[in-house]
Structure formats: structure tokens, C-alpha cells
Design a protein around this ligand. Structure first.
Ligand SMILES: *Cc1c(COP(=O)(O)O)cnc(C)c1O
Length: 390
């Protein structure tokens, strides 16, 4: 059996896959098992922030794997401590809790928000308002947090205590707040929901409303974080500060990690045995994240992300079948004439690894992609869209 046949026989069918088995990659270029070359503007859904097999990143994780690959959380680890220090220094937040995925980081944030409220106000004040069209993960609780009805199926009973407000509608949010509200949770740019960029004054109004009422602001930066939007974290575009922030996808550079950060007010909410996970703070993974931050967390790198984003947007808008582009940094949603899912599959066949979000095409290229590679990506997209609209 080949890779595809084995996959279909032995792996649960929870994904609709493109018809490609990837074998290797370097930077923004990937190769399949037949040696065919692809330009990648998906980076494994915003994970490979430095592209495939970045030399420094490979060195960092290899060296750590050859030194000590895992220890339990009963021991101190320099890689984890260094990563926590760097993140707190860069964000002004106070403490971190390590996990292995975005969903887990959000679970952690939800637990901290509820415990803070429990400790201070009692068990009744436990509700969290999230936004319609959001995406927060696939565990039973983060599915509940996700404000899309399609996700609230099959797995009943779902975790209670979530309400959904309409994005960019402050009155609707206010109407949902009552004495039981303990937190508001949002992505400042909804990724899976279709690259919806929240209004600045809306996010700022939420932040001040939260602060006034001791309601915690949880910002899910799982997709938007670590340079993706041209700032280290997307909430910096909004001039707000979260009480809790979750980070995952891009920070590991390709290894599984999820981090929940909290501000000063929450730093002592969690006590021994209230949270944990065996693989959290794994030193190899943390070495990868430390390396990613050493590359991404500087003005020059971040400005280049925005420059490339702008360049890409201008090129995209010249394509006839492109109706509009929604973009922050290198987080890009493309509205097209025609079916985005069909277009994406045809792009892949034509050598461009691209993804979708709702009915948009979506690009989350490696942050290190070159303008030549962007040109190549746009040319394949242009050609493909011409093929399908002919
Ligand atoms: C991908 C994503 C998640 C879930 O992350 P996993 O690592 O898949 O669990 C949560 N929130 C946002 C905004 C995401 O984009």
C-alpha cells in the first residue's frame, strides 16, 4: 500500500485531505513523494513560522534532543524557564503555563478565569462570553467556547457556561454581560472564521468594560501570535492588554506547544495540582520556541512581515477573480469569484499549498517567505483561478 492507501485504511477519517503526500521541505518550498515541488503559503496552518527545516531551528532542537529530551514537570528546566522569561518580558504579562496545543492553552485560560472568579465571587460567577464565528479548539470545552453552531453537535453534553455575542457589536456584548459573567474571550482576527479583523474601537471598548467590571479579557492568539500579523502579538495593534493570552501554532516553529499567559492579577490563581500535562514544557519543544522568538521578536523582522503582506495584497488585488482581500500582516483571507475549496484543491495540483477559511482562500505563509516566492505563489493562483472561471 502507498501512503494514501495506508492512511485511508488505518487513520480515522477526521480530515478531508488534499491528494498529496508531502515528503520534505526547505523554507517556503515543499516536495511530495514523487519529487514534485510546491510553494507553501499555508505553513501547516501557521505553524512553520520560519518555513520548513530552518537551519538554526533544526540546530536548536537537535542539540536539545541530544542533551535531554524530556523531563517531568517535577524538575526545573532551563529551556522552559528561559522561554517563560522571554515571553513575560516581551508581553508585560506575569506568568505562563505550558501545554501542547491551542485547545489546551484555551482550556487553561478558561480554568484560570473560572478559578479567579470562584475564589473572589463564588461558584455562580462562571460564564464566559465568546464571539460568533470564533474558533477556540476541538476539546469538548473549547468546542463549547467556539461560537459556531456547526461545532455544537454529536458530543453532548457540552460544557456549560458560554454565551456568544455578535462580533463588532458592543451593544450585543453588553446585553450578554450579567452578574454571572467572569470573562470575555476573543480572537482579534478570527482565523478559522474567515480572517475577520475586529474593529479597534470595539476591542478597546471591551477591554475597558472588562477592566471596570473585573471581567477577565482572554485573547486567543493561537493563530495571530508570534509575528503573524506584523506585531509580535496581534492585540498590540489594538492598544489593549489581555488578562489572559493563549499562544500555540507558530511559536514552536513546527513542534507541538500551547502556552497560556496571564497578567499580574492572575499570577497566583493556580496552585499545585490544579492544572498540568505530562508533555507540557518539553525542553526540545521549548528550545524550538526559544529559537523562533530569537528570530521573530525584533522590529526589523516584524516590519518585513507587514511589508511582505502589503506586497502580497497588492499583487492579489490585480488578479481578476479576486474580489477582496482581508489581511493583517501575513494573515490573509481572499474572497474570490467561484468556490474556494475547489480553487484550493486545484492550486495544490498546480503546485501551490494553500488553505481555506469558510468561503475564502487563506494564506498563512511562512514569515520568512521571499518576495520571489510570493510572486510565484500569486502566479499559480492567477493561473488556477483563470482555469476554473473559464
Ligand atoms: C488552531 C486554533 C486553535 C486550536 O489549536 P490546536 O492546536 O489545534 O488545538 C485555537 N484557537 C485558534 C484561534 C486557532 O486558530
Amino acid at each position: 500500500m502507498n501512503t494514501k492507501e495506508k492512511d485511508l485504511q488505518y487513520i480515522m477519517h477526521t480530515y478531508g485531505r488534499y491528494d498529496v503526500a508531502l515528503k520534505s521541505g526547505k523554507g517556503a518550498v515543499a516536495y511530495d513523494e514523487d519529487g514534485k515541488r510546491y510553494i507553501d503559503v499555508s505553513s501547516g496552518i501557521g505553524v512553520n513560522s520560519l518555513g520548513y527545516c530552518d537551519e538554526g531551528w533544526v540546530k536548536a532542537i537537535s542539540a536539545q534532543a541530544a542533551t535531554i529530551q524530556h523531563m517531568s514537570n517535577y524538575f526545573y528546566s532551563a529551556q522552559a524557564s528561559d522561554l517563560a522569561e522571554t515571553l513575560c518580558t516581551l508581553t508585560g504579562l506575569a506568568k505562563v503555563c505550558f501545554g501542547n496545543s491551542g485547545a489546551e492553552a484555551n482550556e487553561c485560560a478558561i480554568k484560570i478565569a473560572r478559578k479567579y472568579s470562584f475564589d473572589k465571587y463564588g461558584a455562580e460567577r462562571n460564564e464566559i462570553i465568546t464571539l460568533q464565528n470564533s474558533f477556540h479548539g476541538r476539546t469538548v470545552t473549547t468546542l463549547s467556547a467556539t461560537g459556531q453552531e456547526v461545532f455544537h453537535n454529536y458530543f453532548f453534553p457540552f460544557t456549560q457556561g458560554f454565551k456568544y455575542a455578535e462580533p463588532n457589536n458592543l451593544d450585543d456584548l453588553k446585553n450578554n454581560i450579567d452578574e454571572k459573567t467572569c470573562a470575555v474571550m476573543l480572537e482579534v482576527v478570527q482565523g478559522e472564521g474567515g480572517v475577520n479583523i475586529l474593529d479597534k474601537d470595539y476591542v478597546q471598548a471591551i477591554a475597558s468594560l472588562c477592566e471596570k467590571n473585573d471581567i477577565l479579557l482572554i485573547i486567543d492568539e493561537v493563530q495571530t501570535g508570534v509575528g503573524r500579523t506584523g506585531k509580535l502579538f496581534a492585540h498590540e495593534h489594538y492598544g489593549v492588554k489581555p488578562d489572559l493570552m493563549t499562544v500555540a501554532k507558530g511559536i514552536g516553529g513546527g513542534l507541538p506547544i500551547g502556552i497560556c499567559l496571564c497578567g499580574e492579577k492572575l499570577k497566583d490563581v493556580m496552585s499545585p495540582s490544579t492544572h498540568g500535562t505530562t508533555f507540557g514544557a518539553n525542553p526540545v519543544v521549548c528550545a524550538g520556541a526559544n529559537y523562533v522568538l530569537s528570530r521573530v521578536a525584533n522590529a526589523e523582522f516584524l516590519n518585513a512581515v507587514e511589508e511582505k503582506g502589503k506586497y502580497l495584497e497588492e499583487k492579489l488585488l490585480k488578479i481578476e477573480a479576486v474580489k477582496s482581500v482581508r489581511r493583517l500582516g501575513l494573515m490573509v483571507g481572499i474572497e474570490i469569484d467561484g468556490d474556494a475549496h475547489e480553487a484550493a484543491a486545484k492550486c495544490v495540483a498546480n503546485g501551490l499549498l494553500i488553505i481555506t477559511a469558510k468561503d475564502l482562500l487563506r494564506m498563512l505563509p511562512p514569515l520568512t517567505i521571499t518576495t520571489d516566492e510570493l510572486d510565484e505563489a500569486v502566479a499559480i493562483l492567477d493561473k488556477t483561478l483563470k482555469e476554473i472561471t473559464e
